[in-house]
Design a binder for this molecule. Structure first.
Ligand code: NAD
Length: 494
């Protein structure tokens, strides 16, 4: 049989370790099929523990034996700016790879690439602003310096839903701080991380600073565990499900390494009676359907007052955006395929459960219209009259499934919104600033939007979760601090 790697149109990748493109030590490979039509999109090395060890040693050497960690911040900023420029030039190639591997529309993938450009520019600027503190006025005969230093070798483990953007939240600060890295992207979407490795080398990143190991499903967890447990790794930065995050945290205890975790969510989207109705309804659908609901911060619990419930019901029966899913690589299409076969099966379980627990308003099954048969498409789904104790209101479905709940007043909505193990994000829609602030202050969530969902354009604010949605923060100044150690230097004057 002809090997898949030899077939035209299929990208064949190698791992990037110590500045070299390498096959897996075992020689094994795996293939990835696109969720929107089942076609093969890439062949990747199936790296294992030995590959991870090589990558970790390369990162260790680059940290311990080269001048990278103490290099001038201006040099590291220049590399990040150059990487941003190269990425903008090659946005189309990166977006094509992301759209094919994730099954998301190319417009969205292009948006992801350009957001990544912004992240690299942001951390280039932050590198130039690195500084410590001094204590000069506490006592007459001593001076104190608070110095920040790169944390060391960082293990990076990432998911598939925004494969380029989410890794940039880790690579940007790691380069700005002077760390070295071993990355293990999701087995579903390794392509853009490998492309990025080549681009960073071209931008001037020294050999061994950024290494990538790719592994198939179970091997992926194995390699992830190895990186998380390794005594040669100083910090692990993880984005993924809460269950995997707990496993990473347990492994990291092996050498008490620093841990940052960006995990799952079941975020409340709260609409008060005085909200601008059109914007709130549009925000509710955008909040859940973006990337087909495969967004950690998706507004999957819609808490509405009674008048808005009627409006949601009317809107729910209008055509939803799934017909746009047919051609994810065409411009202007916003709703992509459901990502993987396993979650598609899980979706069916949740959809059936939802039909028992609540009232189905729309959707509730796979989309199999002509043109969609080969892909993994789930109809945008809305359940009404959902209790906050129902499974579909408590578990992260990670698909285009919205649970609508109702509330009586401010205290009631804060209580219901917080009654969850997650605390990643939330939104509140109202024209009353007092209500907005009361709710925003009362919610136990890392991000609260007012009259918006998924963002306002302020991308430089810290991002992360309360409760079981995570540990630590990404972006902003806090996102850089996660990649630095702090040293107190005390000088006795003689
Ligand atoms: P996942 O947890 O299955 O996998 C994430 C990564 O962890 C992959 O690279 C995987 O190979 C690796 N992995 C899996 N098990 C592991 C283990 N035991 N030890 C070490 N590594 C392991 O998650 P996913 O399905 O890829 O992504 C979806 C999840 O990610 C959702 O729960 C979503 O909410 C979450 N997510 C969170 C954020 C955030 O910023 N909070 C962003 C995106 C996605």
């Amino acid at each position: 049989m002809t090997s898949i790697a030899e077939r035209p149109g299929i990208a064949t990748y190698k791992q990037f370790i110590d500045g070299e493109w390498l096959d897996a030590v075992s020689g094994a490979t795996f293939t990835r099929t696109s969720p929107y039509d089942g076609s093969v999109v890439g062949v990747y090395p199936n790296g294992g523990i030995e590959d991870a060890q090589r990558a970790i040693l390369a990162a260790r050497r680059a940290f311990d034996e080269t001048s990278w960690p103490t290099s001038p911040a201006a040099d590291r900023a220049r590399i990040l700016r150059r990487a941003a420029d190269l990425l903008a030039e090659r946005a189309d190639a990166f977006a094509t790879c992301i759209a094919a591997e994730v099954g998301k529309p190319k417009t969205m993938a292009l948006g992801e690439v350009m957001a990544t450009v912004d992240v690299f520019q942001l951390f280039a600027a932050k590198a130039l602003n690195l500084k410590g503190e001094s204590f000069t006025q506490q006592i007459p005969d001593a001076v104190g310096i608070v110095a920040h230093e790169p944390v060391g070798v960082v293990g990076i483990i990432t998911p598939w839903n925004f494969p380029l953007l989410l890794i940039s939240w880790k690579i940007g600060p790691a380069i700005a701080a002077g760390c070295t890295m071993v990355a293990k992207p999701s087995h579903y979407t390794p392509g853009s991380t490998l492309m990025l490795a080549g681009l960073l080398a071209e931008a001037g990143l020294p050999r061994g600073v950024f290494n990538v190991v790719t592994s198939e499903t179970d091997n992926g967890a194995l390699v992830g565990q190895h990186i998380a447990a390794s005594e040669l790794v100083d910090k692990v930065a993880f984005t993924g499900s809460t269950a995997s995050g707990k496993a990473v945290m347990r492994a990291a205890a092996n050498n008490v390494k620093k841990v940052s975790l960006e995990l799952g969510g079941k975020s409340p989207n709260i609409v008060f009676p005085d909200a601008a109705v059109d914007a709130a309804v549009a925000g509710a659908f955008f909040g859940i359907y973006l990337n087909s609901g495969q967004v950690c911060q998706a507004g999957s619990r819609l808490l509405v007052s009674k008048p808005h419930q009627r409006r949601i019901r009317r809107q729910a029966h209008r055509p939803q955006p799934d017909p746009q899913a047919r051609r994810p690589l065409r411009p202007r299409h916003h709703h992509g395929a459901r990502h993987q076969r396993k979650p598609a099966r899980q979706d069916r379980g949740y959809l059936e459960r939802g039909k028992q627990e609540a009232k189905l308003l729309t959707g509730g099954s796979r989309a199999t219209e002509p043109g969609l048969e080969k892909g993994l498409f789930v109809k945008p789904t809305i359940f009404d009259e959902v209790s906050n104790q129902a499974t579909i209101a408590r578990e992260e479905i990670f698909g285009p499934v919205l649970s609508v709940l109702s509330f009586d007043d401010v205290d009631d909505v804060i209580r219901t919104a917080n009654d969850t193990m997650y605390g990643l994000a939330a939104a509140v829609w109202t024209k009353d600033i007092n209500v907005a602030l009361k709710v925003a202050k009362g919610l136990r969530a890392g991000t609260v939007w007012v009259n918006a969902y998924h963002g306002t354009g302020l991308y430089n604010m810290p991002y992360g979760g309360y409760k079981q949605s995570g540990l630590g923060r990404e972006l902003g100044d806090l996102g850089l601090e996660e990649y630095m150690e702090t040293k107190s230097i005390q000088i006795k004057l003689q």
